[in-house]
Design a protein around this ligand. Sequence first.
Ligand code: LLP
Length: 389
Amino acid sequence: MFTSKTIDKFNGLETPFYYYDLEVLKNTLSACRDASAKHGFHVHYAMKANFNSKVIDTIQTYGFGADCVSGNEVQAAIDHGFDKSKVVFAGVGKSDREINLALDADIFCFNVESIQELFIIDGLAKAKNKKAGVAIRINPNVDAHTHHFITTGLDENKFGINTWQLPDVAAALRKCDNLQFLGIHFHIGSQITDLEVYKNLCTRINEMQDWFEDRGFPIKVLNTGGGLGVDYYSPDNNIADFEAYFQVFKNFLNVKPGQEVHFELGRALVAQSASLISRVLYVKNGQKKNFLILDAGMTELIRPMLYQAYHQIENLSRRSESPEAGKSESLKYDVVGPICESTDCFQKDVSLPESFRGDLIAVRTAGAYGEVMASGYNLRDRVGSVYSE
Ligand code: LLP
C-alpha cells in the first residue's frame, strides 16, 4: 500500500487525511463479486461503512446494490447511480420524511423493524397510491460472538422484531393493502470472524421462512444481512475470505426455487482499502510513559476509543526502506490524539521505532466506519481524503 513514491507524496500534503488505495478496493470488490456470483447471490453494499464519493462510485460499477439506513443514504445511493431496484432501507427509526423519500424513489424494499412501522409505511404508501415492498427484520436471538457494542441480533437489542411477535406481524400484513411482502431480513452484528455463527443464523432463517410460508406468506427474498469481519492484525494483502463465507450459506441455507438470497456487506468490502495518515506533532516523555501526540484523534477515527478496536499503527517515516530507518531503537509509546478527552488514545504501549516531530503515522485498516464516523468535536476541520492513482 505504501511505496516510497506514495510516502514522498504524503510528505507534501497537509495531514490528517484518509488515504484510499483504490487497487486494494477493486481487488476486494472483484473477489466478493466473483464469489457471490458463483452461487447467484446478490450483494448490497452497506453504505454506512463508507460513503466517500469516490469509494461508492467505484463500488457501484461492480453491480452491487445499496443497503441504506437513512433517507440521505437512499438519496446518495440513487445520486451515485445505484439501481433503485437494488436499494434497500433498514433502520429502527425511519422518519415519515425518509419513508416518503424512499417511496418516491421506488426503492426495492423497506426492511421493517417494528409492527408500528408496518402500519406507518402502509399509510404513507396509500397516500401516494403505491405499494411498498417490505421485508420483516427478525431478531433471531443468535449470538454473533463479537464486541458487545456491535452485536445486534440478541433479544436485548433494539433491532428487528422478536419472534414472539410474529403472529401480530402476520395479522398486520393481512391488513396492509399497500404493502407487498417480499421476505425476511436478518443482521446479527458486525466484525464476525467465526463463520460458525452464520451456520446458526442459517438454521434460524430456515425455521423462520417455514413459519411464514406455512401461514400463506411466500418468501421471495432471504436477506441475511452483513457482518463479515476482517483481520485488523494483517493490514496488507488480506482480503476477507468471501468464498468460505458464501459457501456457508450455500451449504446451510434452505433456498427454494425462485428465491433470491441477499447480503449486506459493509466492512469486508472497504476496511482494508484505507489508512488514516497523520503526523507526529509532539513527542512527550512523561515519567511513566512516552506519548506520541498526533494531529489526528478520535474526531478522525473513533473506533479505538468507542469499541477498544485494534488498528495497526506504523511510522511511515521510519520504515526499513526509508533513509532514517535503522538508526533508532524501538520504543514504547501511547499513541494519542489532540482532543480534550482522556479516551483520545489510539493504542497504548505501541512498539515503534524512535519517533520524531513531523513523522508520518499510518493507522491501518481504517476504510470501514472511519471517515464516516468523523466528527467536528473541538471544532476540528473535516478530515480530508487522498486517493492512489
Ligand atoms: N446491515 C445492517 C442492517 C447493518 O446494521 C449493518 C451494520 C450492516 C448491514 C453492515 O455490517 P458490516 O458488514 O459492515 O459488518 N461502527 C461499528 C460497526 C457498526 C455496524 C452497524 N451496522 C464499527 O466501527 O465497528
